[in-house]
Design a protein around this ligand. Sequence first.
Ligand SMILES: [Zn+2]
Length: 237
Amino acid sequence: MSIDNVRMCVDKISSDSYIIKDESGARAISVAEKRWQNGQTLRIRFLNGTPDVQERVKQFAVQWTSYANLKFQFVSSGPADIRIEFANDNPPQSFSKVGTDALSVQDQNEATMHYGWLFSNTSDEEYSRTVLHEFGHVMGLVHEHQNPAGGIKWNKPAVYAWCRRTQGWDEAQTDANFFGNYNNTITNYTQFDPNSIMLYSFPAELTLNGYSTTQSPVLSETDKAFVAGQYPFAANP
Ligand SMILES: [Zn+2]
C-alpha cells in the first residue's frame, strides 16, 4: 500500500476525560463504561445508501454477534440506536461512536456511524475490513495504537507530516486522533494484538524502529475472545 493511500477512521469517543496525552503507543482495548447491556438488541437503521451497499454492511457487521451476546436488528423506520450514513469523502474518512456513546446523539436523523469509502464497486475485502472495524467501535473497542499500555515508537515529525498530507490535520488534530491515549482507569485492555481489526495500517516510515503494521480484513482470535468476555453468552447463575 502506498504511504499516501490511507483511509482513516476517526473514532468519535466523547473526549472529556477519556483521552490522555502520552508518548507511548499501541495495544488492544475497549472502554468499559461504554458497554451495552449483555444480551441487548441494538436497533440499526440506514440513513441513506443503495440496497446493495446496505446489504453488504449487514453481511459483515453480524459477524460480531457470533462472538458477542448482542443482537442486531436492522430497521427501516422508527428510533434506532445506531444510524449509518454513506458518503464520498475526500480525504476518505469513516467513524463510529464508541459503544453507548451512540445514545448521546439525540437527533434520530444524525449518523452515529459514517462510511466515507464504501461504494457498489468496492471490494468485499474492503467492506469486511471497514465494517468489522466500525462495528468494533459499536462493541466498545477503540484503536489499538492508542492503548495506554504503550508500544509503538512513533517518529512524531513524520506522523505530523503524514497526517497533514493525507488527512489535512493540523498538529492539534493529529495529537487528538493519533497520539491521544485512553486513560487506563476507564479501559479494559488485552495484550497487544497486531492482527486486531482495530489496528490501522501504518507504514514503517512513521516509526523510529522500522515497525509497520497492516490492517487485517478479518476478526482476530483476540478480537473474538475479547468481545466474548465482554458480552458472554453463558447465562448468569
Ligand atoms: Zn476506528
